[in-house]
Design a protein around this ligand. Structure first.
Ligand SMILES: C[S@@+](CC[C@H](N)C(=O)[O-])C[C@H]1O[C@@H](n2cnc3c(N)ncnc32)[C@H](O)[C@@H]1O
Length: 222
């Protein structure tokens, strides 16, 4: 483990490939100032999500877990004109800060921030017919990740990309004896995905300024 080195490389990548951006910088600053936890994706990860949405040609995106809207802004910026992003956040203060950050980024007309627990809000999203979504980013309460994955499938169509964050958990994912509910959930997610014929998936380990973790990426088969 070499956190200093990972952070230095992320800084190098940021300087080289991710130009300073007023709206994203302001989003992080205002989230920090409001006392939100600094658990948003890193700039390199945010841009990676943005590129995935672009590669997918996503016109509709669902995000579960908004925080201050940092990943939301990255994802929403990948949408074409007329695109739409719905993001779900359980904490009223987080949702309020996110709405302000998203408006400052000029994305208020594109992003719908919904306040409530993801599992409470998702049935209404299905009933309203807001989906299907081309990309779903799961990044909320980690024990619910398997349930969110089931919802993502329900709200998908062939080609939908489903991304679940923080699945590797410093390597604890590989520990069958772990009783940590976050780890147990991510192991369950893998069991679920492996027996799900509708998707093709992998998990990628990541290191960087946010430590050692990883994400699962699943594509809904055509
Ligand atoms: C890791 S943060 C999201 C970070 C954000 N995606 C980013 O990278 O900028 C997780 C967020 O999920 C929210 N959350 C926790 N439980 C939730 C739930 N049951 N439903 C929806 N959001 C929830 C937390 O309040 C927090 O803001």
């Amino acid at each position: 483990m070499n956190q200093d080195l990972w952070t230095a490389v992320d800084a190098f990548v940021g300087d080289a490939l991710i130009p300073e951006d007023d709206a994203l910088t302001a989003a992080v600053r205002s989230s920090d100032a409001a006392g939100l936890p600094s658990i948003q994706v890193s700039p390199a990860q945010g841009k990676f999500l943005h590129l995935l949405a672009k590669i997918r040609g996503a016109k509709t995106i669902l995000e579960i877990g908004t925080l201050g809207g940092y990943s939301t802004i990255w994802l929403a910026r990948a949408l074409p004109a007329g695109g739409r992003l719905v993001t779900l956040e359980a904490d009223p203060k987080h949702a309020e800060i996110a709405r302000a950050n998203i408006a400052r980024a000029g994305l208020a007309g594109v992003v719908d921030v919904r306040l409530g627990k993801g599992l409470d809000l998702l049935p209404a999203i299905e009933a309203e017919g807001v989906g299907p979504f081309d990309l779903v980013f799961i990044d909320a309460d980690k024990p619910s990740t398997p349930a969110y994955f089931q919802w993502a499938l329900k709200l998908s169509r062939p080609g939908t990309l489903i991304i679940a964050d923080n699945v590797v958990r410093k390597g604890a994912l590989a520990d069958p004896a772990s009783t940590d509910p976050n780890v147990v959930a991510m192991r369950r997610l893998h069991a679920m995905v492996s027996s799900e014929p509708r998707v093709s998936a992998t998990t990628i380990q990541t290191v960087g300024s946010k430590g050692y973790d990883g994400f699962t990426l699943a594509v809904v088969n055509g």
